[in-house]
Design a protein around this ligand. Sequence first.
Ligand code: ADP
Ligand code: MG
Length: 217
Amino acid sequence: MTTILELNGVTKSYKQGQEVLTVLDHISMQVNKGEFGAILGPSGSGKSTLLSVIGALTSPSNGEVILNGRNVHTMNGKEQTSLRLKEIGFIFQQSNLIPFLTVEEQLLLVGKLIKQKERLQERALELLSHLGLAERSSHYPEQLSGGEQQRVAIARALMNEPKLILADEPTASLDRERGKSVVELLVKETKERHIATIMVTHDESMIRDCDWVYRMR
Ligand code: ADP
Ligand code: MG
């Protein structure tokens, strides 16, 4: 097994006036390639904060995050931006698609942000057809169902061939059946691509196919 992500004693506290609120308290974990893991916990337990720290969107107060052998929080801002663009795919509760771009254009846009621009359109169309969206490639987000929008968000997250997918409540705006099929798709892509995915959820029914579950209180 190859470790792709390692957390060592990650702590995150916020100052609130005189008080200090410790949201993450010495979290250590290892994630291997090919694993689909879930972080489960009630609202306010720090799940999104943990994903933000892993994805270099927020600095930890203490501890380290090692992604693909590199310490994420000792990099400069430019290196972090490049890391987020090339090595991490983000998926959120709302698909956050751009309303005036077609499905295909959503993918081309993230592809254009990286240096390696070969076969962009070909790769976008391959991904869309792989995710069952071939017929939707020239549609706008408002013409899609919630489940389809989330599948486009998955395709967009995969466009730059990341090593790690961070999904924050990707099923929360979907009904149970559509939610389950989004999770199944994420599991399948994780295994096929031999990448790692961490999914945050508060829904016990979404964790059936997980390789591991981390519970937050
Ligand atoms: P979850 O995603 O599990 O619902 P969050 O990670 O969003 O939880 O939040 C965990 C706790 O941290 C909450 O009590 C929240 O109010 C607090 N928190 C999150 N971000 C900040 C911030 N930027 N400043 C102060 N407190 C914050
Ligand atoms: Mg959250």
